[in-house]
Design a protein around this ligand. Structure first.
Ligand SMILES: Cc1ncc(COP(=O)(O)O)c(C=O)c1O
Length: 487
C-alpha cells in the first residue's frame, strides 16, 4: 500500500486537531458504574411508584433555580460531573410530572410502560440504533418491520398491511392523512375530510398545518352518542356532492379520548367503499384493545379501514415515544413520502425486501424505535400483553359499578375501552373541576375533568394493569367526598 503523505497544515489547524480523540468518552468501568446508578434510579422509581404522588406540579422559579444557570463549563472531572448531574435530574426534574405509569394515574391517557420496554429503549438509545435506510440500518429496520407485522397479527388486520413507527398519535395521524391525501387528491387539491366533534384535537391541527383547505374540513356533531354514525357522514357527503365538492377522507375514532366510544367502523367502511373515500381510523389510545376478544368486538370493522394509528406508548406498555401507522394498501406510504436524493443512493435498499423506512414518513434520520416493543412481545408474549389490556377494560367496568352504587353520583357515559365518565348531578361545573383538581393536588391519584353535552364531568382512564380495585375504591370514594364536602 502507498505510504500516506504528511498534509501541509498550518500550525493552528494542526494544534486544534491534536486534542485527544476521547474528548467526550469515559473509561469503560466508569461508564458501567454510572450506568448502574441509572439502573438503580429507574428501579427505585418503579418499585416505589405507589408511595409517591401520581402527579406533582412544579414551581417555575424553584425548578429554574435547580436546573438552570449559565451554560456549564465543566470541572475537568466528567465522571464526577455526570454523577452530580444525574442526581440533580433525578431529584429535581423527574418527580415533577404526571406519572403516567403510576397505578392511580387515571387522567387523560396513562402510559403504563413495562420494564421490558424500558430495557429495549435503553439498548436502542445506548447503541445509537437507526432505522432509516436498509443499507444504514438493516438490523433495526428488520426489528421495526417485524414489530409492525406482529401488531398487524395481534390486531387481526389484513395480511399485506404495512406500516411505520412514529413518535406519537399526533404525528402518526398526520402521516396517515398525508398518505390518504396523496391517494385521493393526486392533483394537489385536498377534497373534503369528515371528522367529528369528538375527533382528537391534534387531527384538525394536523390537517390545517399540512395545508388542508379549511373549508374542506367538516366537523360533524355526534350528539349524546359521542360517536360518529355512517348516516351522519352520509348526509354530509350527499350535501357536499350536491354542492359540487369532492368527498375524499373520513376520519373515524376507535376509542375517543373523552368517552372511549367507537365510531361505526363497519358502516363507515361501507360508505367509503361506495364513494371511493379513504377511511382513516385514529385508534391512538383505543386501537390496542383489538388484541383482546372483547376489544375486537367493540372495534368491529377495524380490519376494513385504509389506515389506522395506534399508540403503543398508551396501551401497549411502552415508554414514550411510540406510535404506529398501519396502511392496508402496500406502497401507500412510499407513494406519498419516497425520495431518492443522490447522497442516499449508497444506502437505499432498492428492492421490496430491503425497505428504506425513511420513505414511509417525513422522518429521515429516525431512531430504532422498535426494540422496546419487540422485547415486550418477546418477553411477555402476545397472550400476557392481551391479558394486561383486558384488565384495563375490566377495571373501568368495576369503576362504573362503584359509581352506580353511590347515590350522589351518576354515570354519564358507561365504561368503554377503559374510560368511564360520571358526575354528581347536584353539583355544578366548577365543583367537578375543583374535585378533580383537589384529588390530583393531593397526589393520591390523578384524574381529569372533561366536558360532555355542555357540562363538566369527571373521567377515569383505567388502562394501567397495575391498578387494583382498592385503588379505584379509594379514588371514587375521595371524589364523592370532595363533591359532597361543601354541597
Ligand atoms: C384518540 C387520540 N388520538 C390522538 C392522540 C394524540 O396522541 P399523542 O399525544 O401521542 O400525539 C391522543 C392522545 O391522547 C388520543 O387519545
Amino acid at each position: 500500500m502507498r505510504e500516506t503523505f504528511a498534509p501541509d497544515l498550518d500550525e493552528g489547524t494542526r494544534r486544534s486537531l491534536d486534542v485527544p480523540p476521547d474528548l467526550l468518552d469515559l473509561p469503560p468501568d466508569e461508564m458501567r458504574r454510572l450506568g448502574h446508578v441509572v439502573v438503580d434510579l429507574v428501579v427505585d422509581h418503579l418499585a416505589g411508584l405507589r408511595e409517591r404522588p401520581a402527579l406533582l406540579a412544579g414551581d417555575p422559579a424553584t425548578l429554574r433555580a435547580a436546573l438552570g444557570g449559565p451554560l456549564p463549563q465543566g470541572t475537568g472531572d466528567p465522571a464526577g460531573d455526570l454523577a452530580a448531574g444525574l442526581d440533580v435530574l433525578a431529584t429535581t426534574a423527574v418527580p415533577y410530572q404526571q406519572h403516567g405509569d403510576h397505578p392511580r394515574y387515571f387522567a387523560r391517557v396513562p402510559g403504563p410502560s413495562s420494564f421490558a420496554g424500558v430495557l429495549g429503549e435503553w439498548l436502542a438509545t445506548g447503541t445509537q440504533s437507526i432505522a432509516s435506510s436498509w443499507g444504514g440500518g438493516a438490523g433495526p429496520t428488520t426489528v421495526e418491520l417485524v414489530v409492525v407485522e406482529w401488531l398487524r397479527e395481534a390486531l387481526e388486520l389484513a395480511p399485506g398491511t404495512e406500516g411505520v413507527l412514529q413518535s406519537g398519535g399526533s404525528t402518526a395521524n398526520v402521516t396517515a392523512l398525508l398518505a390518504a391525501r396523496h391517494r385521493t387528491s393526486p392533483d394537489g387539491t385536498t377534497g373534503v375530510v369528515y371528522l367529528s366533534d369528538q375527533t382528537h384535537s391534534s387531527i384538525a391541527r394536523g390537517l390545517l398545518s399540512t395545508g388542508w383547505a379549511p373549508d374542506d374540513v367538516r366537523v360533524l356533531p355526534t350528539g349524546d352518542r359521542y360517536a360518529l354514525t355512517a348516516d351522519a357522514v352520509r348526509t354530509a357527503v350527499v350535501a357536499d356532492l350536491a354542492a359540487g365538492r369532492r368527498p375524499a377522507v373520513v376520519v373515524a375514532t376507535a376509542g375517543t379520548t373523552n368517552t372511549g366510544r367507537v365510531d361505526d367502523l363497519d358502516g363507515l367502511a361501507d360508505l367509503c367503499a361506495e364513494h371511493a373515500m379513504w377511511l382513516h381510523v385514529d385508534g391512538a389510545y383505543g386501537g390496542p384493545a383489538a388484541v383482546t376478544p372483547r376489544g375486537r368486538a367493540a372495534l368491529a370493522g377495524l380490519h376494513r379501514v385504509d389506515s389506522l394509528v395506534i399508540d403503543p406508548h398508551k396501551w401497549l406498555f411502552q415508554p414514550y415515544d411510540l406510535a404506529c401507522v398501519l396502511v392496508r394498501r402496500p406502497g401507500a406510504l412510499e407513494a406519498a413520502f419516497a425520495m431518492h436524493p443522490e447522497y442516499l443512493a449508497d444506502v437505499q435498499g432498492g428492492d421490496p425486501g430491503r425497505v428504506d423506512l425513511h420513505n414511509r414518513s417525513l422522518e429521515l434520520t429516525r431512531r430504532g424505535r422498535a426494540f422496546k416493543l419487540w422485547l415486550t412481545f418477546r418477553t411477555y408474549g402476545a397472550d400476557r400483553v392481551a391479558a394486561a389490556v383486558d384488565r384495563g377494560i375490566g377495571l373501568a367496568e368495576y369503576a362504573q359499578a362503584l359509581v352506580e352504587a353511590d347515590p350522589s353520583l351518576e354515570v354519564v357515559t358507561g365504561a368503554s375501552l377503559g374510560v368511564l365518565t360520571f358526575a354528581a348531578p347536584a353539583r355544578d361545573d366548577a365543583a367537578h373541576r375543583a374535585a378533580a383538581a383537589a384529588l390530583t393536588a393531593s397526589g393520591w391519584a390523578a384524574v381529569s375533568s372533561t366536558v360532555l353535552g355542555g357540562r363538566a364531568v369527571l373521567r377515569l382512564c383505567t388502562i394501567n394493569p397495575r391498578t387494583t380495585t382498592a385503588d379505584l375504591d379509594g379514588t371514587v370514594a375521595r371524589l364523592s367526598a370532595l363533591l359532597s364536602a361543601d354541597a
